[in-house]
Ligand binder design. Structure first.
Ligand code: IMP
Length: 195
């Protein structure tokens, strides 16, 4: 029987991205499918802590197997910033455009443009916690390129490519992204476990 898991996210774009990556291998439920309209707290201060906090909230309140993720863009010259604060780098408005402008400004005189997206998935299954990490290394451009994707995609060129995430079609991004890498580990774990 196919595994059913709740994906604890209110980000419709991300839910679709993960649904596409799973290619039907898991039945994925939205928060609204379990009647959850809560604003899930995310106050831990690390990607691991936030992903765990979100999954734990769902598991404790709804008693269903679930997973949650947290992602940050970690820029070498900025000592890992914006990191866990990526969504609200330029303020609580979670404005992607403002976040990108702030990043470009902070890197204005910087020649080291190395950065990475790091994603952590936390799975809680039968009360047990498992974490999976996915990383994609790359560089930050001098200006925005492309219209696809979301967040910092127009500024990030993954290593081995010439175009930003926002210039790639979704299928390509979903093959190589931090989220894809973490999710592949989660799916591999579930497959191994069901043998
Ligand atoms: P979240 O934990 O997945 O919600 O990610 C936090 C923030 O990191 C987002 O609001 C985006 O600014 C950024 N981010 C996460 N994943 C991506 C991505 O795939 N491309 C670009 N930005 C991303």
């Amino acid at each position: 029987m196919q595994k059913t898991l709740v994906f604890a996210t209110n980000n419709a774009h991300k839910f679709q991205e993960v649904t596409d990556m799973l290619q039907g291998s898991i039945v994925l439920l939205r928060l609204k499918d379990i009647g959850c309209e809560a604003d899930i707290p995310e106050t831990a201060g690390t990607l691991e802590g936030n992903a765990l906090q979100k999954a734990r909230f769902i598991y404790d309140n709804y008693h269903v197997d679930c997973f949650a993720d947290d992602t940050g863009l970690e820029v070498e010259a900025l000592h890992g910033a914006p990191g866990v604060y990526s969504a609200r780098y330029a303020g609580e408005a979670h404005d992607a455009e403002a976040n990108m402008q702030k990043l470009l400004l902070n890197l204005q005189h910087e020649t080291n443009r190395k950065a990475r997206f790091r994603c952590v998935f936390t799975l809680i299954e039968h009360g047990e916690v498992h974490q999976f990490e996915g990383i994609v290394n790359g560089t930050i451009t001098q200006e925005k390129h492309g219209k696809e994707g979301f967040g910092y995609d127009p500024l990030f060129i993954p290593d081995g490519y010439k175009e930003t995430f926002a210039e790639m079609d979704e299928t390509r991004k979903n093959q190589i992204s931090h989220r894809a890498r973490a999710l592949q580990k989660l799916v591999a774990y579930l497959k191994e476990e069901s043998k």
